[in-house]
Design a protein around this ligand. Structure first.
Ligand code: F6P
Length: 343
């Protein structure tokens, strides 16, 4: 078969590991040929692609980012988008199937296209870990490791000045990155979108820690909704796909803590650092296994399905299952972490 790969949505460490394993598995096990579409769905719509040989994927699993480039191009709304044109392009260029590697937005597009006859399977990726039907997505472990390292650093400078340090992390509308990096760094308060916590409670935790001579660390997810607000702070406009660009809650909480407690407080927004650099060993292995499974799904003609992690097994799931809402942090996982907040 001749198979096209694309990476779409925000980049994330582990994408290149998927590309490498898919191509190597296809060449070695099935005698397949591969092309890589450039910049997500745009590459399919405009037939902008490169041939991918064994040589092109050499040494790729350790590299961050994506060699194909990515974009938030919508597969339907982009000029020339939609299944009819895509089917024509695939036929014209002798491409038998598409493997779409992406998060919620990308996989929703893949599902719709599969329903309309395009031979496409998915690979779930996101640092946010918000996709249902898979226990983990690659990129998450790397983001946790980067954020934890950053928070360790914030703690040494915080302790030297006896300040409260706030760290805003990514995660969109779920708190997985905040919960895991905050737990790993021993944070004294973790604020996530799924749980309402009032600022007085945060200040109480901060004061308890400060009064015993420690430097409090508060981790806040970008999607956390402050008391009295109906939505997360999103003063940076919209992403290309129309979703709000979240951010600003770290500064907001910092100002509130300083004003209400009188404790000198500093915010650090970790931002895109969390998505940059080389993937961890865990993410390289997960990406590699997902890529191999996706290729098997193509040979099964399991259009509209994706590779997924269940426990330690890589399995096939329907994209519809993955897109049935967001995978939120369960209340009991937050309660578990909360035991260690404050004093
Ligand atoms: O979905 C991944 C993610 O990094 C989110 O955590 C974040 O809100 C968003 O993408 C940022 O998007 P962009 O790279 O377009 O600024």
């Amino acid at each position: 078969m001749r198979i096209g790969l694309l990476t779409s949505g925000g980049d994330c460490p582990g994408l290149n590991a998927v590309i490498r394993s898919t191509v190597l598995h296809g060449i070695k096990s099935y005698g397949d040929e591969f092309v890589g579409f450039k910049a997500g769905w745009r590459g399919v719509i405009e037939a902008d692609y490169v041939e991918l040989t064994r040589h092109d994927v050499r040494g790729l699993s350790r590299k961050g980012g994506t060699i194909l480039g990515t974009s938030r191009t919508h597969p339907y709304n982009h000029p020339g988008g939609g299944p009819e044109n895509m089917a024509k392009q695939l036929k014209r260029h002798d491409i038998d199937a598409v493997i779409a590697i992406g998060g919620e937005g990308t996989l929703a597009g893949a599902k719709r296209l599969a329903d309309e006859g395009i031979p496409v399977v998915g690979v779930p990726k996101t640092i946010d870990n918000d996709l249902k039907a898979t226990d983990y997505t690659f990129g998450f472990d790397t983001a946790i490791s980067i954020a934890t390292d950053a928070m360790d650093r914030l703690r040494t400078t915080g302790e030297s000045h006896h300040r409260c340090m706030v760290s805003e992390v990514m995660g969109r509308h779920v708190g997985w990155i905040a919960l895991h990096s905050g737990m790993a760094a021993g944070a004294h308060a973790i604020l996530i979108p799924e749980q309402t916590v009032d600022v007085d409670q945060v200040c109480e935790w901060v004061e308890q820690v400060h009064s015993r001579g420690r430097s409090p660390l508060v981790v806040v997810a970008e999607g956390f909704i402050p008391e009295g607000s109906e939505a997360a702070l999103a003063g940076k406009g919209q992403e290309a796909d129309g979703r709000p660009r979240l951010g600003g809650i770290g500064e907001f909480i910092t100002a509130q803590i300083e004003e209400r407690t009188g404790i000198e407080t500093r915010n650090t927004t970790l931002g895109h650092i969390q998505r940059g650099g080389n993937p961890t060993g865990y993410d390289r292995v997960l990406g590699t296994r997902f890529g191999m499974k996706a290729l098997d799904l193509v040979h099964e003609k399991a259009w509209g399905h994706m590779a997924s992690l269940r426990g330690t097994e890589i399995v096939k799931v329907d994209l519809a299952e993955a897109l049935d809402g967001l995978k939120e942090v369960p209340a009991e996982r937050y309660e578990e972490a909360k035991v260690l907040f404050g004093r």
